[in-house]
Design a protein around this ligand. Structure first.
Ligand SMILES: [Zn+2]
Ligand SMILES: [Zn+2]
Ligand SMILES: [Zn+2]
Ligand SMILES: [Zn+2]
Length: 565
């Protein structure tokens, strides 16, 4: 079989389906896709709201909750305890399939009327962590997203097995970290991708380093400042004189540190312990292609945000892992899932589930929403095995003959993820807006949903300019203040746990709001699109996330290794 070039239904650019792709689709019995890999990713992401939070009231117990579901759109929202409780069952919302209507229109009706869990979390595994989403096994965490097994972690995203961390993105097995992107170790501050390192500040791409400040590309080094060696005594003296407890010092160094980092070459991709992989931020993986922020995966393609092993034989899966096999085009999926297709939010022993949302511990379900512990259900209605198989075939055939066509003329048959119109979230509240930003007009023109997100009314009680420079002069009283973000002017607060951590680490309180801090990290992180570029030293062709016009010096593996050792 040869490569086949297809034109993407959404962006109208050509994309290639390779022989190995056809074999995969054949093996899991689905047709090849008609959207390009990037549009498939954007579409999945539009079905996930990670960090846009609303206030609501639980419809069962009337408790106040925060939720990712806009209460103006979703009429029934349950708190964690009620959603996971026994007082209701998703089959109460069952719909009889109506062959005179398009299946996806019926699935949308079901999606809108089924009770939503306020947050997508494994509720019973969380302690004192009411404001975290897409998380499990966490304790004393706040505004933490896409995380597992964390304690005292604040304002962070994609963090696993970590403790005492704030304002970080993409960390694993780390304790005491602040304002970092990528990396692991202990006491890592304002650094990017420093692995297995301890007591590291404002450093980038260092491995196994201790007591380093402003260093780049170092291996197994100690007591270095801006890549220069010092004696232990000189180093400690210099660090002491920097006044790292003061906001004014950090503001000064942050104005120049990125220019310093950019003087050093970068490896063409971030990744370690891999065999035969392409992508960006891929770790401990084998035969993984075009994937992004993926760890411990085998035989996978076009996957993103895979954080926990095991993960194998899957295409187009975004977010999670922990037992994923033979799955395709789904988001927020894990914990023992097999043959899950075109679904969002399915986990814990799930098998043969398609076109479903928020389905837990179930198998053989097609077009279901909000189900637990079920088998042979379609549109939440219970069938016998034989009835199920017959009706599933009937719906697939009817979608083939009369596909769903959206406002932009995009066609959805069996073999494509759910149409955009079925997302429980507006585009601007979804995960997609972070990686595929668009204005209100662009969102509407492209046939996505837009809705205004109201922010709470708060009167500013203190200007950040009036905060003491040093953390040592800041008292608990600051947690009672409403501060104005220096970047977007919106109100924000300092949380008590956050302040305690900053005091322990002797770091100043942030002068911008959590969203601006998060967006700044997202801006800095490398994105998944790969470009052809030449090595900055030997000129061989490399595949890299650094676009050719970008100013960074990018080296191939061989040239980079010569540079750092
Ligand atoms: Zn496309
Ligand atoms: Zn409740
Ligand atoms: Zn802000
Ligand atoms: Zn080279």
């Amino acid at each position: 079989m040869n490569n086949e070039t297809k034109n993407c239904q959404n962006c109208k650019t050509d994309f290639i389906i390779e022989p190995e792709d056809f074999s995969f689709y054949e093996k899991i019995k689905v047709p090849p896709p008609t959207f390009c890999p990037e549009c498939r990713l954007q579409r999945r992401m539009a079905f996930r709201n990670e960090r846009t939070l609303y206030k609501a009231v639980c419809d069962l117990c009337t408790k106040n909750v925060v939720t990712i579901f806009d209460p103006e759109i979703h009429k029934t929202i349950y708190c964690g305890s009620c959603w996971w409780g026994d007082s209701w069952d998703g089959t109460e919302y069952a719909m009889e399939y109506d062959s005179s209507r398009n299946f996806f229109d019926q699935l949308k009706d079901l999606m809108l009327k089924t009770p939503k869990m306020n947050l997508v979390v494994t509720y019973s595994t969380l302690k004192n962590s009411d404001y975290i989403n897409h998380a499990g096994g966490c304790k004393n965490c706040y505004l933490l997203f896409n995380a597992d097994f964390c304690e005292n972690v604040y304002y962070s995203t994609i963090v696993n097995h970590s403790k005492d961390v704030a304002d970080c993105l993409m960390m694993n097995k780390t304790e005491f970290a602040y304002e970092c992107i990528g990396g692991d170790g202990s006491r890592i501050f304002f650094s990017e991708n420093c692995a297995e390192s301890v007591d590291v500040w404002y450093s980038k791409d260092c491995v196994s380093c201790t007591n380093c400040f402003g260093c780049v590309n170092l291996r197994n080094k100690s007591y270095h400042i801006f890549n220069q060696a010092y004696s232990k005594e000189e180093y400690l003296e210099k660090i002491k004189s920097m006044n790292l407890d003061k906001y004014s010092y950090h503001k000064l160094i942050q104005s120049s540190i990125h220019d310093f980092w950019n003087k050093f070459p970068r490896r063409f991709m971030y990744g370690r312990m891999n065999v035969n992989v392409t992508g960006e931020y891929v770790y401990a993986s084998k035969n993984v292609k075009n994937s992004y922020m993926t760890a411990s995966a085998d035989d996978a393609k076009y996957c993103q945000f895979i954080t926990l092993p095991s993960f194998k034989d899957s295409y187009d899966i975004s977010e999670w892992g922990s037992g994923v096999e033979s799955c395709v085009d789904s988001i927020t999926a894990g914990e023992g899932i097999y043959q899950v297709k075109y679904s969002s939010g399915v986990w814990s022993n799930v098998k043969n589930v398609e076109y479903s949302m928020y389905v837990i511990n179930s198998s053989d379900c097609f077009g279901c929403v909000g189900l637990r512990n079920k088998q042979y259900c379609i549109l939440n209605k219970q069938y016998s095995k034989e009835e199920y198989q017959k009706l599933r075939e009937q719906i697939i055939n009817s979608l083939e003959a009369n596909p769903y066509v959206d406002s932009q003329g995009r066609i959805f048959k069996y073999g494509e993820f759910m149409p955009y119109d079925l997302s429980p979230f507006s585009y601007n509240a979804s995960y997609a807006i972070q990686y595929f930003p668009m204005t209100k007009e662009e969102i509407q023109n492209k046939g996505f949903i837009f809705s205004e997100i109201k922010s709470g009314e708060h009167n500013i009680t203190k200007n950040t300019a009036d905060l003491p420079d040093s953390i040592s002069d800041i008292t608990d009283a600051v947690t009672k203040e409403v501060l104005a973000c220096t970047l977007c002017t919106k109100p924000y607060r300092i949380a008590l746990g956050e302040l305690e951590l900053l005091k322990r680490l002797s770091l100043p309180v942030p002068r911008s709001c959590p969203n601006c801090r998060h967006n700044r990290r997202i801006d800095r992180v490398n994105k998944w699109r790969l470009f052809e570029r030449n090595c900055g030293k030997c000129q061989i062709s490399i595949q890299t996330s650094y676009a050719p016009e970008r100013p960074e010096i990018v080296y191939c593996e061989k040239c980079y290794q010569q540079e750092v050792y």
